[in-house]
Design a binder for this molecule. Structure first.
Ligand SMILES: C[S@@+](CC[C@H](N)C(=O)[O-])C[C@H]1O[C@@H](n2cnc3c(N)ncnc32)[C@H](O)[C@@H]1O
Length: 250
């Protein structure tokens, strides 16, 4: 048995990420966001996906005729993304930090999906990201994002351990919730069988939950008008939702 432990989130699990997330209905997320785009005055099919990861959504957008830019700070995730989108036109991938990126141009649609904003662990980091998004968004543009709520990290993930089997991949997800910081610490252990041998890979992640009033205050401070909804609906978000969607305009 071989074992490898890694502290850098996504460095180890990148090649397995898509398999681990195979239960996520990304196409329904893209359909929902397209509705939001259609309700805005944006006509151009051009989008920046922050924290694009392995590019599952980028691929869907690209197939829907969008020119896309993906930005992520993890090179291993971008490598998987690069392979997936090879041969697609109008794709630009950037290795960057969503807290500090400068695009040098403005785009009509910016997305940031699947917990990515929860990886920003302080209000200052979240505000900095919102400010960078505001700079990069066209005047008529729209920023769409999701977030896990405190309820999700505290009461669902809590101090629980979950086991999953995704095809040949067995994984254990062990959470510890810090109620003072609203931070969930997550140890992910992957058990992989390769050439008859078991390989164990470990990675450490942290996600922070933010009160909805804090998200709203930071969006306002960055210059946005906004609505927060229960995930994939147009029902106003509450602290009892597990995941929320934010729709922000300049
Ligand atoms: C849970 S994954 C989501 C990936 C993708 N958005 C999806 O929907 O599958 C979180 C992603 O956020 C990226 N990330 C975390 N913090 C970041 C930061 N400060 N700047 C850019 N990317 C970041 C990670 O590298 C990872 O790819």
């Amino acid at each position: 048995m071989k074992s490898n432990s890694c502290k850098e989130p996504f460095a180890t699990i990148a090649p397995y990420y898509d398999k681990l997330m195979s239960f996520v209905n990304y196409p329904s997320w893209v359909i929902y966001i397209e509705k939001i785009i259609q309700l805005s005055s944006v006509k151009e099919k051009f989008l920046l996906d922050l924290a694009c990861g392995t590019g599952v959504c980028l691929e869907l957008w690209s197939k829907n005729g969008y020119s896309v830019i993906g930005l992520d700070k993890s090179l291993p995730m971008l490598e998987v993304c690069h392979e997936k989108l090879a041969g697609q036109d109008d794709v630009l991938l950037i290795n960057g930090n969503m807290q500090s990126f400068k695009l040098g141009r403005q785009v009509p649609v910016i997305t940031c999906l699947y917990d990515s904003l929860n990886y920003l662990l302080t209000e200052a980091e979240l505000l900095s990201c919102f400010r960078r998004v505001h700079d990069a968004l066209r005047a008529d543009g729209v920023f769409v994002f999701d977030m896990n709520t405190i309820h999700s990290l505290r009461d669902e993930w809590g101090n629980n351990s979950f086991q999953r089997r995704d095809e040949d991949l067995f994984s254990v997800w062990t959470n510890t919730y810090n109620p003072v910081q609203d931070i969930s610490s997550l140890n992910i252990t992957l058990h992989i069988r390769r050439n008859g041998e078991e390989i164990i890979l470990k990675e450490f992640h942290q996600e922070r939950g933010y009160r909805l009033s804090v998200v709203e205050a930071l969006l306002g401070e960055a210059g946005f008008t906004y609505s927060l909804y229960r995930h994939l609906t147009f029902t106003p978000a509450t602290e009892n939702d597990l995941r929320i969607m934010g729709v922000a305009r300049k």
